[in-house]
Write a protein that binds this ligand. Sequence first.
Ligand SMILES: Cc1cc2nc3c(=O)[nH]c(=O)nc-3n(C[C@H](O)[C@H](O)[C@H](O)COP(=O)(O)OP(=O)(O)OC[C@H]3O[C@@H](n4cnc5c(N)ncnc54)[C@H](O)[C@@H]3O)c2cc1C
Length: 299
Amino acid sequence: MGTASASSWDVVIVGGGPAGLSAALNLARARRRVLVIDSNRPRNSATFHSHGFLSRDGISPLELRALGRAELERYPEASFARGAVSSIRPGFTVDYAGGTASADAVILATGLREVPPVLPSLRTFYGTSIHSCLECDGYEYADAPIALIGETDDMAERALLLSQWSRDLIVFTNSRGVVTAAEETTLDRRGIRVDRRAVADVTGDRTGVTGVVLADGETVPRVAVFIRPRYEAVLDYAAGLGLAQDGDGFLVVDGAGRASLPGVYAVGELTPPGPQQLIVAAGNGARVAASINRDLIES
Ligand SMILES: Cc1cc2nc3c(=O)[nH]c(=O)nc-3n(C[C@H](O)[C@H](O)[C@H](O)COP(=O)(O)OP(=O)(O)OC[C@H]3O[C@@H](n4cnc5c(N)ncnc54)[C@H](O)[C@@H]3O)c2cc1C
């Protein structure tokens, strides 16, 4: 691995999750000098097991990252710096806790922030028996009594998807989430109940969640809860670039990951949602790396 004390790079990557690390690996292999700057706040740090990454199904998030980092360290073209990026100036100059770096191109790979429904005991169970990703954790609750809690207008769609894993499913809208009468009929046909009462919390013990506690005092027994968070793209540090964002705050990019300012690219979950999974983010990183390599040859 190269030294992060150098200040001039072909590409600086902000964010060292699967998307950023995969982009870095492929750029280093294209003989691009690349610096990854990461603040070490993996989105999936709450969980012990990551599922669905081919050849690494069930691995801990930290181990997956460590393996990715170790592969990158074999390349003298690549460097890694720990710290939060505070700003990026056009041109590009990247300020981070630990220094300043300049680059011909930057990749934004800082992912999402989750805004979950308010549940006082959420943190106690999040990642073990409260989850947000159906594809990542649904399999472990096949046919089990589970709940979906959320306040968005896609609750019926999420519930239908979740019923692929278990039809013993109750949708809690917390008096706010939208499930229309027609949607409720569709859900009912699959045996899914909708409970529109206000949710106070979840309850549980050492085995995990045991129920959903309603504001009226009733506790509905459930062994796991899937929440539907709202998502915010993590982009505070890039405000100075004036990048175009869509109505949900995701960065607008073309098929090659190019953002609205030439030389700025985005990978992973900052871009409009596909399946929010590690292998999808890593694949996206590799794809955008190939585009940048071509763009840098032509520029
Ligand atoms: C609880 C939970 C469990 C999950 N389980 C699974 C699973 O089993 N399988 C699966 O496929 N997916 C799972 N996911 C989804 C998975 O975590 C994401 O798909 C994946 O992390 C997205 O990768 P990314 O590289 O886009 O972003 P991230 O992994 O979020 O990486 C972004 C990185 O950017 C860094 N960063 C942010 N701001 C700055 C800054 N200003 N300066 C420098 N660095 C910065 C962060 O520290 C972080 O390291 C889970 C998610 C959650 C929340």
